[in-house]
Design a protein around this ligand. Structure first.
Ligand code: G3P
Length: 224
C-alpha cells in the first residue's frame, strides 16, 4: 500500500519524506487555507515547492464547481508539474471533468466519496484515484472501513484500474485497517504515519537492549 501525506504543510511533508516511506501528497482547499495560501500565483508556487519535496503524486484540488472552469483550473494545475494529480469533487461536473482529463492523459483524484456508487461512477469516468472519506463517515456514526471493502470488491469484480485512495484517515489503526482491506493508498496526517512507529514494548525492549549492552561493555572494561 502506498503512503500519502494529507497536508499542505511543507515541514510535515519534508519530515515524512525524510522517513523514506512517502509516496505522495494530497491537499484540499481547507489544508491550503490552513497554510495561508490563496491566489493563483501563491497556489502555483506552493505546489511547486511541494513537488520539489516528493518524487510523485501531488493531488491539487480545484476550487471551481462548473465543468468549463474545472477544466481551465485543472489544466493550469496540471501544467505546474508532471507530478500533479488533478483533484475533483464527486459532482456531475466533476465526473465530466474527470472524463475530460482522463481522455487527455492527465491523472485525476475524485474526492468527497461517501458511497460505493460514487466510487463506481468515478472509475467509469476514468479516475486514476478515488478518495473515500473514512473519518468523516465515522464522524456521523457510519462504518467508513466497510466502504473501503465494498469499493475493493466492486473494483476487483471488474478489474477496474482506478486506485482506492483511502482519505480522511486520522490514526495509525485506520492505516492498518485500510491495508487489511486492500486499499491501494492511504492518505493521512504525519501524526498517523508516525503513530505506526509506536509500541511501548518497542521502547521497553530497546531500553533493555541498550542497558544490557552498556553493562556488558562496562564488565569487559573492568576485566581488562
Ligand atoms: O483530503 C481529504 C481528507 O483526507 C480530509 O480529511 O480529516 O478533514 O476529514 P479530514
Amino acid at each position: 500500500m502506498q503512503f500519502f501525506i494529507d497536508t499542505a504543510n511543507l515541514k510535515d511533508i519534508g519530515e515524512a519524506q525524510q522517513l523514506g516511506v512517502l509516496d505522495g501528497v494530497t491537499t484540499n482547499p481547507t489544508l491550503m487555507a490552513r497554510e495561508g495560501i490563496s491566489g493563483e500565483d501563491a497556489v502555483r508556487n506552493h505546489y511547486k515547492a511541494i513537488c520539489n519535496l516528493v518524487t510523485d503524486n501531488v493531488s491539487a484540488e480545484v476550487i471551481s464547481t462548473d465543468y468549463e472552469e474545472m477544466v481551465r483550473e485543472g489544466t493550469l494545475l496540471a501544467n505546474i508539474d508532471p507530478k500533479i494529480v488533478v483533484k475533483l469533487p464527486l459532482t456531475a461536473d466533476g465526473i465530466k471533468a474527470t472524463r475530460y482529463f482522463s481522455t487527455n492523459g492527465i491523472r485525476t483524484n475524485c474526492t468527497l466519496v461517501f458511497t460505493a456508487g460514487q466510487a463506481l461512477l468515478a472509475a467509469k469516468a476514468g479516475a486514476t484515484y478515488v478518495s473515500p472519506f473514512i473519518g468523516r463517515l465515522e464522524d456521523i456514526s457510519t462504518d467508513g472501513l466497510n466502504l473501503i471493502a465494498d469499493i475493493r470488491k466492486i473494483f476487483d469484480n471488474y478489474q477496474l484500474p482506478t486506485k482506492i485512495l483511502a482519505a480522511s484517515v486520522r490514526n495509525a489503526m485506520h492505516i492498518v485497517n485500510c491495508a487489511k482491506l486492500g486499499a491501494d493508498v492511504a492518505t493521512s496526517p504525519l501524526s498517523a504515519i508516525v503513530g505506526l512507529l509506536k509500541h511501548p514494548l518497542t521502547d521497553a525492549g530497546l531500553a533493555q537492549f541498550l542497558e544490557d549492552h552498556r553493562k556488558a561493555a562496562a564488565k569487559s572494561v573492568e576485566q581488562q
